[in-house]
Design a protein. Structure first.
Length: 256
């Protein structure tokens, strides 16, 4: 599609950006795929530094649309919209001196942190007129959060704090598609923010010569994914050429 996803040619994957576009799809249609993402990074903290391990993440997606009649369409999308993970080597030489009487005052390193999400989006779309289509969808998003922090003064004497929690949040998406004329189309969508309340167990794993932190419990916390507003205008000067301009605003201010 070359980025023409708001007001250009319709496809089942339009459910992800502008669900109102599915009113341009006849009958039943299915689209599926997978995107592979890889990344690595470098962290500096005071006199310490470390590279994160290179990782590969497969991101599957699935979209189904069905025309009910001349005015109504249904759609179902499944996709991973957010996610990030970093893993670091367990290098004891990077840890400051470990004080057994105050184990949390220093001598700690982050070895792993990860956020994984997967969303299911049922959608209904309505062609109000021959030029205007509207849609409403619900996003049911599952989130898993994991973290591992190592406390210790070497690779031999340590205690690992492991966190593993999850959450389900429900939000929505509104969208419209407007045919101005035979050459110009307009589209808009608004995704509401996802507010997660993550809960799960925490557990300490420790080396044979370390008895501190022996135990387990529960943890909880809040994770928010911001709302998103997207607008697009497409122009088809000739039959085989489509030009589209999109603007997207992510409401990062929710973190302030």
């Amino acid at each position: 599609m070359g980025g023409a996803v708001m007001a250009g040619e319709a496809e089942p994957a339009s459910l992800a950006m502008n669900p109102a576009l599915i009113t341009e799809l006849p009958g039943k249609q299915i689209q599926t795929g997978i995107t592979v993402v890889t990344a690595t990074g470098h962290v500096n903290y005071g006199s310490y530094s470390q590279d994160s391990k290179r990782q590969w993440w497969p991101l599957p997606n699935f979209y189904y649309t069905q025309q009910i009649n001349d005015r109504w369409w249904l759609g179902l999308g499944a996709m991973a919209r957010f996610g990030l993970s970093n893993d670091y080597d367990d290098k004891g030489w990077m840890l400051p001196a470990f004080n057994p009487s105050s184990p949390t005052a220093g001598g700690a390193s982050l070895n792993h942190v990860g956020v994984t999400t997967f969303s299911v989006q049922p959608t209904v779309a309505f062609k109000a007129t021959d030029k205007l289509a509207l849609s409403l969808g619900a996003e049911i998003q599952y989130l898993n959060f994991t973290e591992k922090i190592r406390f210790g003064n070497s690779a031999v004497t340590f205690a690992d704090l492991n966190l593993d929690g999850d959450s389900v949040a429900v939000s929505g998406i509104l969208a419209l598609f407007y045919k101005a004329n035979e050459k110009v189309n307009m589209g808009a969508s608004f995704r509401f923010r996802n507010d997660h309340s993550v809960k799960g167990p925490n557990k300490y794993d420790y080396s044979a010569n370390t008895t501190l932190f022996n135990g387990s419990g529960d943890f909880w916390g809040d994770i928010t994914f911001p709302a998103q507003l997207a607008l697009g205008v497409s122009y088809r000067p000739i039959e085989k050429l489509l030009i589209e301009v999109n603007w997207t605003n992510v409401f990062w201010s929710c973190f302030s």
